[in-house]
Write a protein that binds this ligand. Structure first.
Ligand code: GDP
Ligand code: MG
Length: 312
């Protein structure tokens, strides 16, 4: 479908304009000297790519072009290609395995990251693929948590398993898994709460939900997706570390790419954790979810266009 790359590029404009403005102020046409390299490194670090990635990119650029003439376009292209190489390692298409019925996806993440919205987007996506889908409103901690998903369910035509506010989430999840099993649903998406009084409470609850799922199907949950809010920048690193201690995170979803100026953080996350990035959230609507594509993301990040085919 034409236009999806433009949509991604527009979504990334807050981040890319920061990088591109920095670059534009830097270089007209001159030889690549140490001063430019230092300034360039600072721009990359300020753009949330992370210190380690930024240093590597600069070292590679230096090795290739030091003391030679270079244009702004060449630098952008170089960065886009190098960043794409890093991100290719975490580009992986999300697969619902047919042999697992239901294929159970558990969503985790801090409060406000975009979990519930992503649950709705995923349900819609699988429904569009003609799969039978259910979800569980496992955030019984917030009074509005379950109502929010219920409303989405009505809107997109997907059944939502809910309990009253304050219901024990683990028993709700048990009931939801049973229901999806007996209906032989293709996919079951489990929403969870993010903020509990403290980390111990969160660990306890997510651990319990994980075990309840596993008890009913020892191969499940088949995916544990950590939803990260792209606007939090470097803080995303500590969230990956925290949640990886609690559950076996199998992949990432980066929400709110469209409202972030810090989407560059993905590059550092990819380098450090090597977790697949499956999806990007590009808005608040049910359709505003795209598969993560390394090259498109990198080019969008540098405000560049891609010629020809954009892989979709
Ligand atoms: N712009 C934008 N907003 C989003 C996106 N994903 C979620 N949101 C908004 O972020 C807020 C928190 O989302 P929610 O799904 O309730 O987060 P949760 O607490 O993790 O379940 C809501 O206002 C959502 O509409 C996204 O990809 N883009
Ligand atoms: Mg929620």
């Amino acid at each position: 479908m034409a236009g999806w790359f433009q949509n991604l590029k527009n979504s990334l404009s807050k981040t890319s304009s920061k990088i591109v403005q920095g670059l534009t102020s830097l270089i007209l046409k001159r030889k690549l000297d140490q001063e430019i390299l230092d300034e360039l490194e600072e721009i990359l670090i300020m753009s949330d790519l992370g210190v380690e990635v930024s240093k590597t990119l600069i070292a590679n650029l230096k090795a290739l072009k030091f003391d030679q003439e270079i244009t702004l376009e060449e630098i952008k292209l170089f960065l886009a290609e190098e960043i794409a190489k890093i991100l290719q390692n975490v580009e992986q298409s999300f697969e619902i395995k047919e042999e697992s019925k239901p294929f159970i996806i558990m969503m985790v993440g801090v409060n406000g990251a975009g979990k519930t919205t992503t649950v709705a987007k995923l349900c819609k996506l699988f429904k569009n693929q003609n799969k039978t889908v259910k979800c569980i409103a496992g955030d019984t901690f917030r009074a509005a948590g379950s109502a929010q998903l219920d409303m989405w369910g009505t809107r997109i035509g997907v059944e939502v398993v809910t309990g009253d506010s304050g219901t024990d989430p683990a028993s709700l999840v048990y009931r939801g898994v049973q229901s999806a099993m007996s209906a032989k649903d293709d996919v079951l998406v489990v929403d969870t709460a993010g903020r509990l009084q403290n980390n111990a409470g969160l660990m306890d609850e997510l651990g319990k939900i994980y075990r309840v799922i596993q008890k009913q199907d020892e191969t499940a949950p088949h995916e544990v997706l950590l939803v990260l809010d792209a606007t939090v920048g470097q803080n995303a690193h500590s969230q990956v570390e925290l949640f990886s201690k609690i559950v076996k995170v199998s992949g990432l979803v980066i929400a709110k790419m469209d409202s972030s100026a810090k989407a560059g953080v993905i590059v550092g996350l990819a380098q450090k954790f090597k977790l697949p990035i499956y999806f990007m959230g590009l808005g608040e609507g049910a359709e505003d979810l795209e598969e993560f594509k390394a090259k498109e993301f990198s080019y969008g990040l540098l405000g560049l266009d891609i010629d020809g085919d954009t892989k979709r």
